[in-house]
Design a protein around this ligand. Structure first.
Ligand code: 5GP
Length: 175
């Protein structure tokens, strides 16, 4: 089976939206420093582009988590594959994700980070698939709400491919 990628959100539209979110974050965190936590690997492209557009002081850290369970559905329990390098206690933390789908991974991650007592904890995602949500997750900044389709690009992969696409595409399969 081979696949084709159909453009869902163009590079220009993604760039423009990231600039808007960066400006919004800069306003919301005026006078503060924002500590960005990138959820690897998917969040990395978005975080770099976002960080460049934030005008308040920024620090960065990375976390790599996977959800337990086989298949494409996340199970709601996460395993930390790489933890943060620095404590988040007392910091204004903004988690940067590629996509919120069922919300299970994010709600576990946010709970775990909350226990570490940051001064504030917010979530920024490039993409949101609200139709798929099974767990309540408060998203503070959203790039685009998209329908229930499997998307790639801008950090998102299919079988580890297509993360480097500068746009968001939908995977279509030829049979
Ligand atoms: P959740 O726990 O919200 O169901 O899972 C979120 C994770 O599932 C995302 O971080 C991402 O790795 C993966 N995911 C969900 N939807 C998609 C999609 O459309 N494309 C890709 N490439 N990954 C997805």
């Amino acid at each position: 089976m081979s696949e084709r990628i159909k453009v869902l959100i163009s590079e220009e539209d993604v760039d423009a939206r990231i600039s808007e979110i960066g400006a919004q974050i800069s306003r919301d965190y005026a006078g503060k420093e924002v500590h960005l936590i990138c959820v690897l690997k998917g969040g990395s492209f978005f975080m770099c582009e976002l960080a460049k557009r934030i005008t308040v002081p920024v620090s960065l850290d990375f976390m790599y988590v996977s959800s337990y369970g086989a298949g494409t559905e996340s199970s709601g329990r996460i395993r930390i594959k790489k933890d943060l390098d620095e404590p988040v206690q007392g910091r204004d933390v903004l988690v940067v994700e590629d996509i919120v789908d069922s919300g299970r991974t994010l709600s576990c991650l946010l709970e775990l980070l909350e226990e570490r007592r940051p001064a504030s904890l917010r979530l920024c995602t490039l993409l949101d698939k609200p139709e798929r949500r099974v767990t309540d997750v408060k998203v503070d900044y959203t790039g685009f709400r998209i329908p229930d389709a499997f998307v790639v690009g801008y950090g998102l992969d299919y079988d580890q491919k297509y993360r480097n696409l500068p746009y968001i595409g939908v995977v279509e399969f030829d049979d």
